[in-house]
Each structure stands twice: as structure tokens, then as C-alpha cells.
Ligand binder design. Structure first.
Ligand SMILES: NC(=O)C1=CN([C@@H]2O[C@H](COP(=O)(O)OP(=O)(O)OC[C@H]3O[C@@H](n4cnc5c(N)ncnc54)[C@H](O)[C@@H]3O)[C@@H](O)[C@H]2O)C=CC1
Ligand SMILES: O=C(CO)COP(=O)(O)O
Length: 376
């Protein structure tokens, strides 16, 4: 048996050996980390550990020799510095319950690779992690960006963003999760970074519907552009910074997911556009299409924040079978047709965020006796 090459980086575990978890394990191992994958199924763990393959999720890809795998959680987590989570979002909470006894009182950093919100609570994945592990948010990071797994597994050059409320954590994780084909940037806007990944899935379902019914590039470009406005309004109303949505986790991922036939959300939309019902689509998908479960909680959050999301609303109606996919448009056809400002529904550049920040700066300056309060 060949000896495992020594790692130069941190010891990490990746929980979930589907297409993204396994690809991220490869990214980390190729960057020098000592990686152990945890797979739910023993035969999958065995294939990764022994054959250095994950033939179901990454056909044709050779995994690094240094990467190993187990289906025993305690073995995967033994002595780790960082844990990366990549299971379907709706199963995260139950998985965290098993991790809690091992991770709760440690200083291990926990990184979400997922792009969904919890259907029952509307919580983002980092919020579910914080609740279930009862851990300091400074220990949590999220990774997002235009990251179609199979392209990265083929080592095609790609960028991503690592976000944490702690700049330190973001930088530590970004240093581990980079190599010659994968470059990570950092930010501290966790809300914007997570919602970017969640919301582009919903717009990708809409674009799939457009493809499925056979409409062309104008319809797609209109929906992508108005979709970005919808994403920005929603995220900003929920506390994000608008510029995050212009970055890799917003616009970048929107482009990748809407354009690629590799996208499962796009594929699900295409089937809906071709006339398959929601139930048929779920049966046909053998991988995770997070957008389908995120539609309802996102619309609820939008209603709570007073944000209109006409494109996401139409996706919901198609899923519910109450709208003909051929009626999909960048606007609701039932809308009143009063001309709207283009940039956002409020006619402001970022849903009011810039205005709010300007007020905050003026207020801080006033409090400081006319001196600048510093920061931004
Ligand atoms: N595949 C991609 O290109 C990317 C995916 N993501 C995100 O990564 C997350 C994981 O997605 P993928 O790896 O693509 O999905 P996948 O469908 O390829 O794999 C899911 C994995 O989770 C396992 N699993 C299913 N139910 C489970 C449960 N109840 N408990 C534990 N494990 C369970 C499956 O056995 C499989 O190993 C999603 O949130 C997705 O949005 C993010 C970026 C890229
Ligand atoms: O998040 C992704 C690319 O960044 C993957 O998209 P899908 O989940 O639609 O395949």
C-alpha cells in the first residue's frame, strides 16, 4: 500500500462527500491540508480512501493521494483545526447534532460550503451552525462564488470568497482553501455572501424554465439583470452590503449558474419549463438542487422585509403548478404597469443602504464633535 504523503497545512475534515464536498476536499488537499472526508455511506468512504475516486459524483476525477475518508464521524474529526460542511441544507441541523459533542467546546473553525436556507426557520446555514453548535460566530466562515464542482475538480482556474465576521477566521480559512487553480478572496459580509449563493439558485431555476420553454437570449438577459436587482434588494433589506452582491458570491455565481448545464438548479428549471411537475422533477434529480427548497422561506423573508421578488414569485407559481411556464417574464404580468425606476424597486442604488450609511456617518460625525468617525 502506498504511504500517505505528508501534509504541510492544517488538519481538516469535510463532512459530506457529494460533488461539492469531495471537490472542496481536493482543493484543500492540493493546497497542502491534511484532509479526511466523512461520507454517510461506508462504500463511498472506502472508494475515496482506497481508489482515490468518487465515481458517483465526480466521474473521471482522480483525487489527491493524500486525501482519505471514513464513515465514522469521530475518526474524521479527530484532532482537526477546521471542519467544512457540505450536506444538503435541509439536513444540516440533524448532522450538526451528531457533531456537537465533539465540536461544541473546541476552538475548531467551522466552514459552511452550502447554498440554502432552512425551510422551517428561514435561517441561513451559518445561523443554523451557530445555534446547533452554540459556538462563537467568530469561529464560523462561509465559502461561496461561481464554483461549479466538476469544473474545479478538473482544475479549471476559479475564484471564490470566504466570509466571516472575523477577518482572522476568513483569512485563516482562505489560506487553507487555495491552490494553483483555486483563489480565495475574503470579506466580512456573511449575510450578503450567504444570500448571494441562495438567491442565484432561484434565478437559475427561472433561467432553466426559460430554456425549457424555448425562449431566447433577450428573455434570459432580462431575467438575469432584473434577478440581480431582486437579489440585491432582498439581501440589503436583510442586512447585507450591496457591493457583496456585485462580487463573486452574487453576480459571479449568478452568471455561472444561469449559463451552465452543469447547474442542478438550472436543470430542474429546464424540466419544469418542459412541462414536468415539481414531483416529477424531484424524482428525476439525483443530486441536490437547493433552490427548490429555498423558494418558500425566501419569499416569506421577503414579505417580512417588504421586498418584492417578482421573478422568485413566478418560480414558486410554476413549482406549485399555478402558472404556465410560458408566462415567465422579468416582471409579474399581473403587476400594474406604472413605469418603475430601473435600478431597484425603491429607485435607490441599493435599496436604501447607501442613504442609511450616509445618515449613520453624519450622525457619528455629529457625535464626535464634527470629526470624522473613521471606518468607511
Ligand atoms: N455541486 C456544486 O457545484 C456546488 C454545490 N454547492 C452546495 O454544496 C451543498 C452540497 O451540495 P452537493 O455536494 O453539490 O450535493 P450532492 O447532491 O452532490 O451531494 C450531497 C451529499 O450529501 C449526502 N447526503 C444526502 N442527504 C444527507 C443527509 N441527510 N445527511 C448527510 N448527508 C447527506 C449525499 O449522500 C451526498 O454525499 C449544497 O448546499 C450546494 O448548494 C456549492 C457550490 C458548488
Ligand atoms: O453553486 C453552484 C455553482 O456555484 C452549483 O450550482 P447548482 O447547485 O445549481 O449545481
Amino acid at each position: 500500500m502506498s504511504r500517505k504523503p505528508a501534509a504541510s497545512g492544517p488538519r481538516v475534515a469535510v463532512i459530506g462527500a457529494g460533488s461539492w464536498g469531495t471537490t472542496f476536499g481536493k482543493i484543500l488537499a492540493d493546497g497542502g491540508a491534511d484532509v479526511t472526508m466523512w461520507a454517510r455511506r461506508p462504500e463511498q468512504a472506502q472508494e475515496i480512501a482506497e481508489a482515490k475516486r468518487n465515481s458517483q459524483y465526480l466521474p473521471g476525477i482522480n483525487l489527491p493521494r493524500s486525501m482519505t475518508a471514513t464513515h465514522h464521524l469521530s475518526m474524521a474529526l479527530d484532532g482537526v483545526d477546521q471542519v467544512y460542511l457540505s450536506v444538503p441544507s435541509q439536513s444540516l441541523r440533524e448532522n450538526l447534532k451528531a457533531l456537537r459533542p465533539i465540536l461544541a467546546d473546541s476552538d475548531v473553525r467551522v466552514v459552511s460550503l452550502m447554498k440554502g436556507v432552512e425551510r422551517r426557520t428561514g435561517l441561513r446555514m451559518s445561523q443554523v451552525i451557530e445555534q446547533e453548535l452554540r459556538c462563537d460566530p467568530e469561529r464560523i466562515a462561509v465559502a461561496s462564488g461561481p464554483n461549479l464542482a466538476l469544473e474545479i475538480a478538473r482544475e479549471q482556474p476559479t475564484a471564490a470568497v470566504i466570509s466571516s465576521v472575523s477577518q482572522d477566521t476568513a483569512e485563516i480559512v482562505a489560506r487553507a482553501a487555495r491552490n494553483r487553480y483555486f483563489r480565495t478572496f475574503v470579506n466580512t459580509d456573511v449575510i450578503g455572501t450567504e444570500f448571494g449563493g441562495v438567491l442565484k439558485n432561484l434565478i437559475a431555476v427561472a433561467i432553466g424554465i426559460v430554456d425549457g420553454v424555448g425562449y431566447g437570449e433577450n428573455t434570459k438577459a432580462s431575467i438575469i439583470t432584473r434577478g440581480l436587482v431582486e437579489m440585491t434588494d432582498f439581501a440589503v433589506a436583510n442586512g447585507a452590503q450591496p457591493e457583496t452582491l456585485q462580487g463573486l458570491a452574487g453576480l459571479g455565481d449568478l452568471i455561472a449558474t444561469c449559463q451552465s448545464p452543469l447547474s442542478r438548479n438550472n436543470t430542474a428549471g429546464r424540466l419544469l419549463g418542459q412541462g414536468y411537475s415539481y414531483q416529477d422533477v424531484v424524482k428525476q434529480m439525483n443530486q441536490t438542487a437547493e433552490g427548490l427548497a429555498s423558494v418558500a422561506p425566501v419569499l416569506q423573508l421577503a414579505r417580512d422585509a417588504g421586498v418584492d421578488m417578482p421573478i422568485v414569485e413566478q418560480v414558486k407559481r410554476v413549482l406549485d403548478g399555478t402558472m404556465n411556464p410560458r408566462d415567465i417574464a422579468p416582471h409579474l404580468t399581473t403587476d400594474d404597469d406604472t413605469p418603475q425606476g430601473e435600478r431597484t424597486q425603491n429607485g435607490q442604488a441599493d435599496g436604501g443602504g447607501a442613504l442609511r450609511r450616509a445618515f449613520q456617518r453624519a450622525f457619528d460625525q455629529f457625535r464626535n464633535g464634527g470629526r470624522s468617525a473613521g471606518g468607511n
